[in-house]
Design a protein. Structure first.
Length: 327
C-alpha cells in the first residue's frame, strides 16, 4: 500500500507500453474523469483518440505518430482519475522518453493541449525518419553498459549504432541502422549477454539518426509556453532535476538524439527521499524496473481496472462519519 506520508515518484511510461483497448476500463469505470480527458484530447488533435484507446486493435496503434498521442492521452486520463477521485497530487514526477511529456503536464510545466500537439508532431517527424532510414532497436540483457558502449563502437563500420536506453543495470537498449544494430546484438551475445531482444518499434529512437528533425521540432517547442515546475521533475534526458521551464524545453529537444537515463532517474529519486513508486498509464514496464532496482520499496501500477481501483481506494482519504467533530 502507498501511504500518504511516503514520498512517491509518479512514473509515466513511453512508447512500447501501448496495447489494444488500453483505456477501455477507464471510460467504463471513470467516464466523468477519464472519459472527459480522452474526449478533450480527441478534440485537440482531431484524431479519434477515444476510439483508438478503447476499442481499436493493436495494429491501429503501431504507427508511432498514433501510438505516441494515444499513450499520452491514456496516461493523462489515469492521472485525472488519481487526482480527481483519490486526491493524488504528485510530489516527484518522471517520464520515460515520451512519458516525460506527461510528467511535465503533471508538474504544471506544459498544458495538456500543448503536450498533445507536441507529441503528435514528434511522432510524425520520427515516422518520417523511419521511412528514410532502415533502423532498429534491440534490448541487451546481462551486460554492463560500458561493455555495450564498446560493442557499439566495434559495430560502427556497418553503420550508426548507439546506446538509446539505460533502463536498468542489467538492461540496455541500442538503436541505429539495422545492420549495425544486428552486429551489436551478435557481439553482445558473444560477450556473454543473457539475451538480446529486438524491439517492435518503427524508428531508431534516441540516436543521432534523429538529428535531422531536431531543428524542426525545436521550432515547435519554441511555440509553446513552458512554465516553471510546481513539483520536482526528474528528467530522463539528464537523470537529474528540471530547473525551470526553459530547461524543460531544452531537455525535450535533446531527448530526440540523447539516451534515456532511467537508471539515473531511479538513483536520483532515492537520493531525494522517494520510498514509493507509482506507474501512471498503460503497461507495467517502469514498475518492473523499479521493483528490480529498489526491491524493498512500495511499487504500484495502474495498468488495469483492478490495479487502478485498488490504488484509488488506498489513496483516497477516509470518509468522515456524520458524528465527527471538527478539530
Amino acid at each position: 500500500m502507498v501511504h500518504v506520508n511516503e514520498t512517491t515518484l509518479s512514473m509515466f511510461p513511453g512508447q512500447g507500453s501501448q496495447r489494444a483497448r488500453m483505456a477501455g476500463h477507464l471510460t467504463h469505470d471513470h467516464p466523468r474523469t477519464a472519459g472527459r480527458v480522452l474526449a478533450e484530447a480527441t478534440d485537440v488533435l482531431g484524431l479519434p483518440l477515444t476510439e483508438l484507446c478503447t476499442t481499436a486493435d493493436a495494429a491501429a496503434l503501431e504507427p508511432t505518430e498514433i501510438a505516441q498521442p494515444a499513450i499520452l492521452a491514456t496516461s493523462l486520463a489515469v492521472l485525472a482519475v488519481l487526482r480527481e477521485e483519490a486526491g493524488h497530487l504528485p510530489s516527484v514526477v518522471a517520464g520515460h522518453s515520451l512519458g516525460e511529456y506527461t510528467a511535465l503536464v503533471a508538474a504544471g510545466v506544459l498544458s495538456p493541449a500543448d503536450a498533445l500537439r507536441l507529441v503528435r508532431r514528434r511522432g510524425e517527424l520520427m515516422a518520417a525518419v523511419s521511412r528514410r532510414v532502415s533502423g532498429a532497436m534491440t534490448a541487451v540483457m546481462g551486460l554492463a553498459p560500458r561493455h555495450i558502449e564498446a560493442i557499439c563502437a566495434r559495430s560502427a563500420p556497418l553503420g550508426r549504432v548507439e546506446v538509446a536506453n539505460y533502463n536498468e543495470r542489467g538492461q540496455t537498449v541500442v538503436s541505429g541502422e539495422r545492420a549495425a544494430v544486428a552486429e551489436a546484438a551478435r557481439l553482445a551475445e558473444e560477450a556473454g549477454a543473457e539475451r538480446t531482444v529486438p524491439l517492435k518499434v518503427s524508428a531508431p529512437f534516441h540516436c543521432s539518426l534523429m538529428r535531422e528533425i531536431e531543428d524542426e521540432f525545436g521550432a515547435e517547442l519554441e511555440r509553446c509556453r513552458f512554465a516553471d515546475p510546481d513539483v520536482l521533475v526528474l528528467s530522463s534526458v539528464s537523470g537529474g532535476p528540471v530547473r525551470d521551464g526553459a530547461h524543460a524545453r531544452e531537455l525535450l529537444r535533446r531527448q530526440l538524439v540523447g539516451p534515456v537515463r532511467w537508471v539515473d532517474v531511479l538513483d536520483a529519486a532515492r537520493a531525494h527521499g522517494v520510498t514509493a513508486y507509482v506507474e501512471i498509464g498503460p503497461g507495467r514496464v517502469l514498475s518492473g524496473f523499479a521493483h528490480r532496482t529498489v526491491p524493498d520499496a512500495t511499487v504500484r501500477s495502474t495498468n488495469d481496472a483492478r490495479r487502478l481501483g485498488a490504488l484509488v481506494r488506498d489513496l483516497s482519504p477516509p470518509a468522515t462519519g456524520s458524528g465527527a467533530e471538527a478539530a
